[in-house]
Design a protein around this ligand. Sequence first.
Ligand code: NAD
Length: 505
Amino acid sequence: MKRLDWGILNMLDQAQIDALRAEIIPPQTQLIDGKKTAASNGGVRDVFSPIDGSMLTTIAEGTSADVDAAVAAAKKAFNDGRWSRMAPANRKQILYRFADLIQQHALELAVLGVRDNGTEISMAIKAEPGLAAQNIRYYAEAIDKVAGEIAPTPEGTLALVHREPVGVVGVIVPWNFPLMIGTWKIAPALAAGNSIVMKPAESASLSLLKLAALAQEAGLPDGVLNVVTGAGAVVGEAIGLHMDVDVLAFTGSGATGRRLLQYSAASNMKRCYLELGGKSPNVVFSDAPDLEMAAIAAANGIFRNSGQVCIAGSRLLVERSIHAEFTKRVVEIAEALKIGDPLDTTTEIGAVHSETQLAQNLDFVLKAEAEGAKRLTGGERVLQGTGGTYMSPTVLDNVTPEASVFRNEVFGPVLTVKPFDTPEEAIHLANATEFGLSGAVWTSDLSTAHRLTMGIKSGMLHVNTYGGSDITIPMSGMKQSGNGVDKSLHALDKYVDLKSVWMKI
Ligand code: NAD
């Protein structure tokens, strides 16, 4: 049987990983104005591992005074031009060094991240330090290639359109893929010349703190990248409400995104770029070129990282003629996946991030069954003896479009299945949610592929594959999946103001 291809397993050295996991992690401080800084009131927060429930270390429980200090440092650094007006070639060199250091410390960063967030190492090594280094290099290359404009105005006039860095960018990151998502924001913001105050998720701050230390080592001037750790409702709120934060770049839940818009309205009307959740449809027609590949991708698209992926293909829509057989195959693949210790290189599904997330996932399954869904596999807490949080891959059939699990993001390893009869019905079902992040269509008919990709309101669609992408392609949500663009040169636009200068010559 074909197994999921996690890509780079053979690059991972189990002995080295085991040595890194045994390291004691010292209590962590924040990074403010280039200095390691405890919380203003000395507060700390315990950090636990979803792998076995053990306490890993503490992080600073940041305060609004810490946010004030970080924003003041960022603003000072921006205004005195130590980064914002540094020669582009020099800025580029520092970012290249930063990317090189990430690559040199890749395994260390990946293991640290897995210890507090639970993603399987085989995926984390590539998605976290691997993509973080790539993201930084991509935007470093753009520094001296993306320029302003001279507009075609009438004779006797000269109009210049400058791209000015905005100032202080507040970056708020979720617990899944902190390095990848963090660098989707800090790389273009730094490349455009801004200063940053970043808040990692309180339960997954370790790898981003290490990343920021590497930025310092690479020569990023003090105050340009500040990290304040701690609670969303304290640190995140203080960043959101701050009068000297000019832009907010956020990835996380819709509920928090909504709050950020309110903070903006209640303060300086700062621009808010929100990358939110998803409930992405994976539409399989009977004429798909390779149904076995489609079944593997359907499982891969929802179960990797225990479904804690914003673009997860959580709704499988299958043409009725192949519904029973195709679903059976997806169940077989799901049941063969190896769940367990995320730091074991052979593990295919690591831990659910927290007890809270696990309880929420299990609740969704129970509610779905109460609403008439048929559980074909999974839906259970497993490996409880480890002390960690693990859940078996879950497939729910007979899920109606009205069911809560069909419409709402679970953010766990839960796949809903629904048959359809016509392409129109598939489009209708695909769009029957408030989200519009990703999705896929499997068919050999070019017209059907085109009809579906044009008809589904999502920012990223795939044909005969699931989840393919790279840094050159915009990551953007439609509907309540968000409003900004991460990745690609378009992301630079979030971090600049256009300034027009009209001259009479
Ligand atoms: P979350 O919204 O709970 O937290 C995200 C960040 O916001 C954390 O740093 C948190 O501390 C902070 N925060 C929480 N409350 C806050 C408040 N009141 N004010 C300011 N900041 C606050 O989300 P999460 O549970 O960490 O992440 C999971 C969510 O992220 C899922 O919905 C997932 O789909 C989404 N996500 C989206 C993308 C994307 O690119 N669209 C990528 C990954 C994850």
